[in-house]
Design a protein around this ligand. Structure first.
Ligand SMILES: [Zn+2]
Length: 248
């Protein structure tokens, strides 16, 4: 059976990342280990990222935008040729992010204007800035961008789907009534999985990538199928997501 992918995990946020990695390997889960700045990416890649089942992602988290310098952005762009994934990047216009709006836009737009970045899989933060984020991803022609933990309005879903965007679903979304309403509207063939661990909870503990198989029955109920049907849908989605983008 092919692996399930946790497309957004803050591996460095756990006390014992190597335990998390070992459990994930046993559960058949591949981890995309996101970073919040280029320095963290380099550390991740060096210490953990060369092991099988771990894909380090190069990120600049929007909530740190105010503290990033032009040198940080230059460093990010320098590391691009080496990076297999991009994330976490994006926009956050929730009250926490609003003061750094301009800095966030500058960084996000600079990254999206680089075709080396938009050719890669991207895991994208969009809290409180869903429209701004979707529009920019559509303009940039990002072919493999995932809206991670989408919490925006229902009415923007069509626009995101038409832009070719994907959605990664985590345990917190599955547990929330509001997110369930959203999930019912997202086409099943655009869904991937994530934990956003350790920042979401599953069974009253911080989520771990090895929890992902527990989401299958819930997705199955949502999609009116059984566990195998949900698993097959996700396998198909992952295969399509990972097939090389077609150049037109
Ligand atoms: Zn995150």
């Amino acid at each position: 059976m092919s692996a399930l992918w946790d497309t957004h995990c803050h591996l460095t946020g756990y006390d014992r990342p190597t335990d998390v990695m070992a459990e994930a390997a046993t559960a058949g889960v591949t981890i995309v280990a996101v970073s919040e700045d280029p320095g963290q990416y380099r550390m991740l890649r060096t210490r953990l990222g060369r092991r099988p089942g771990i894909v380090p992602a190069l990120g600049m988290h929007p909530l740190h935008a105010a503290s990033f310098t032009p040198a940080d952005l230059a460093r990010f762009l320098r590391l691009l040729p080496d990076a297999p994934w991009i994330g976490e990047i994006g926009l956050d216009l929730s009250p926490a992010g609003r003061p750094s709006r301009r800095a966030q836009l500058r960084i996000f737009e600079a990254i999206l204007s680089d075709p080396r970045a938009t050719a890669l899989p991207l895991t994208i933060h969009s809290r409180g800035a869903e429209l701004e984020t979707i529009e920019r991803l559509a303009q940039a022609g990002a072919s493999r961008a995932i809206l991670h933990w989408y919490t925006g309005p229902l009415r923007l879903l069509d626009q995101a789907v038409n832009a070719g965007l994907w959605f990664s679903v985590n345990p917190a979304m599955i547990a929330s009534a509001r997110a369930q309403r959203l999930l019912r509207e997202i086409p099943p063939d655009r869904v991937l999985l994530e934990t956003d661990g350790p920042f979401t909870r599953h069974n009253n503990k911080p989520s771990r990538p090895s929890d992902l198989p527990d989401l299958l029955p819930r997705l199955a109920a949502l999609w009116s199928t059984d566990k195998n049907g949900a698993r097959n849908q996700l396998n198909t989605n992952q295969t399509i997501f990972f097939s090389p983008p077609t150049t037109s």
